[in-house]
Design a protein around this ligand. Structure first.
Ligand SMILES: [Zn+2]
Length: 189
């Protein structure tokens, strides 16, 4: 579920939309009338990985997803880690694979969830053992990968271009079929 910030995390007063002069001019935001705390509502960073093992890309299916939906490994950054450490941790936790070489693909918006996706390409090795969160995975050859019209799908497309492939996107019908039955997720996949 998505939570809404309604009370000041500092003093528990109910927040109210209040105008205040900021660098960009007067701006109405949820603020605390008692202590002045401002709810900035900055986007949350989400890490994503195009995991490549022996020349193929691992796509995984979350236990909560419909049968045809496979996507990149994703997860939230944790306090105290770098993005590179975070994506290596997520890959280990979710697939048991060890990240060997990590390179940035790019940063992508996910406005609907107020997230920013930081996407990496990761060469990995080891034996796949899925976490309870994931139900299934498949290893896909680069020429067989299809991209989806969302942040992580655009990352996959950009990376495929760097490898000399012209990315192929799901048609709108295919994508609707792929997402059929999907409930909203919290982490940008
Ligand atoms: Zn307050």
């Amino acid at each position: 579920m998505q939570y809404e910030t309604r009370f000041c995390p500092h003093c528990a007063t109910a927040l109210a939309p209040m105008a205040q002069l900021e660098d960009s001019g007067e701006k109405v935001r949820l603020r605390c009338p008692s202590c002045g705390w401002t709810h900035w509502n900055n986007p949350t960073p989400v890490l994503a990985a195009i995991v490549e093992v022996d020349g193929k890309v691992l796509l995984a299916r979350n236990a909560a997803w419909p049968p045809k939906m496979y996507a990149l490994i994703t997860g939230f950054m944790e306090a105290g880690e770098s993005p590179q450490e975070g994506i290596a941790r997520e890959i280990k936790e979710e697939t048991n694979l060890d990240a060997e070489a990590i390179s940035l693909v790019g940063a992508y918006e996910f406005l609907r969830m107020n997230q920013v996706i930081i996407a990496y390409h990761v060469h990995a090795r080891g034996t796949v053992r899925l976490s309870a969160e994931l139900l299934d995975y498949k290893m896909v050859a680069l020429q067989d990968l299809k991209c989806w019209p969302a942040g992580t799908g655009y990352a996959l497309a950009d990376w495929l271009r760097t490898r000399g492939h012209v990315p192929v996107f799901f048609t709108p019908e295919e994508n609707a079929e792929r997402r059929r039955g999907l409930e909203e997720r919290k982490d940008g996949s």
